[in-house]
Design a protein around this ligand. Structure first.
Ligand SMILES: Nc1nc2c(ncn2[C@@H]2O[C@H](COP(=O)(O)OP(=O)(O)OP(=O)(O)O)[C@@H](O)[C@H]2O)c(=O)[nH]1
Ligand SMILES: [Mg+2]
Length: 304
């Protein structure tokens, strides 16, 4: 790799390579996440059902690894959010996979009117199981207390707003918007508890970290922008060549030619050179923003 860097003789290339060498450990586990898990645990006695929200574009990477350690054996429903943005063929296989593991799964496109109906019916179904258990212990049936749990920016608060049809919870396309646990009454049968996004203490591999970063689940300052951009390009190169071409004008590429890829994108987009150098930062930002502004969609980055 060192030889490549010298041969290419591009200052930014050195930076890109260096950052990638150091980026295998993406770790971002701020204190407030540990606090959230503690608060969830403290309230667990009140909770009947946990809705685990994951991003349909990264159904494996956004699955909270240690969820059982702070939500115990509560009834769980997996909600795959942003279904409108995913590669449905791939994500449907993940749905089957999670169902085969015994989870109830709901596919959620927030603009689809049916989502709330489907989720409410799954919640009431799960609550039946809870109430049957209560009955066997001589206890009366109760109202469902449902906790919404998941990584940041997957749409937990948006979902709650949709369920109550009001903007009760603040939402935003960045991690860490919800700061505390909040109880919201949905109807006579269901109360929901919104929670701040959580992660697990150590992200196990670079792939997971970069997948989380490109869906803006990890704070941007934590991961190098070039790393996220190159990760997106590589994902398109391996699985979505049509999108690589349509959005960035690249047919396919070899990792060793990443500088030429940046040059081509800069040229196609008319991004001016900076002091005679390829505008790497601008190109990276353009690539990363393509997911944020939803011009790059119908993608699923986790393989089953
Ligand atoms: N395209 C699309 N966007 C969605 C969907 N659901 C939520 N969003 C967007 O995702 C972003 C994050 O939504 P939030 O509801 O704030 O996410 P959150 O999980 O509560 O995030 P934290 O509070 O930071 O943990 C917002 O910009 C929403 O508009 C969906 O089904 N499709
Ligand atoms: Mg929120």
């Amino acid at each position: 790799m060192e030889q490549d860097i010298i041969r290419l003789n591009y200052s930014k290339e050195v930076k890109i390579m260096d950052n990638r060498q150091n980026s295998t450990n993406i770790n971002w586990y701020p204190g407030h996440m540990a606090k959230t898990k503690r608060q969830i645990k403290e309230r667990l006695d009140l909770v009947d059902i946990v809705v685990h929200v994951i991003d349909a574009r990264i159904p494996k990477s956004s699955f909270v690894r240690d969820i059982d350690s702070f939500t115990g054996n509560k009834e769980k429903i997996i909600l795959m959010s942003k279904y409108d943005l995913c590669d449905k063929e791939k994500t449907n296989k993940w749905k089957d996979y999670y169902e085969s593991k015994g989870y109830k799964v709901v596919l959620s496109d927030i603009n689809d009117k049916n989502v709330c109906k489907v989720l409410i019916s799954k919640i009431l179904e799960s609550m039946d199981t809870v109430n049957k258990k209560r009955e066997s212990k001589g206890l009366l049936p109760k109202k469902a207390k449902v906790m919404i749990v998941g990584v940041s920016n997957v749409g937990k608060s948006t979902l709650i707003n949709k369920l109550v049809n009001k903007k009760i919870q603040v939402v935003g396309n960045k991690p860490g918007v919800t700061k505390s646990l909040n109880v919201i009454k949905i109807n006579d049968k269901i109360d929901l508890i919104d929670t701040p996004g959580v992660l697990w203490p150590k992200i196990e591999d670079e792939e997971t970290g970069l997948n989380l970063a490109c869906m803006t689940i990890i704070k941007e300052e934590v991961v190098n922008l070039d790393d996220i951009a190159i990760h997106i390009l590589e994902k398109l190169n391996s699985g979505y060549k049509d999108k690589l071409y349509n959005l960035f004008g690249i047919k396919e590429f070899d990792r060793d030619n990443i500088v030429e890829v940046y040059e081509t994108i800069a040229k196609n987009k008319n991004f001016p050179y900076v002091d005679g150098d390829v505008p790497f930062d601008r190109v990276s930002l353009f690539i990363v923003n393509s997911i944020k502004n939803e011009t790059l969609k119908e993608i699923t980055f986790d393989e089953l």
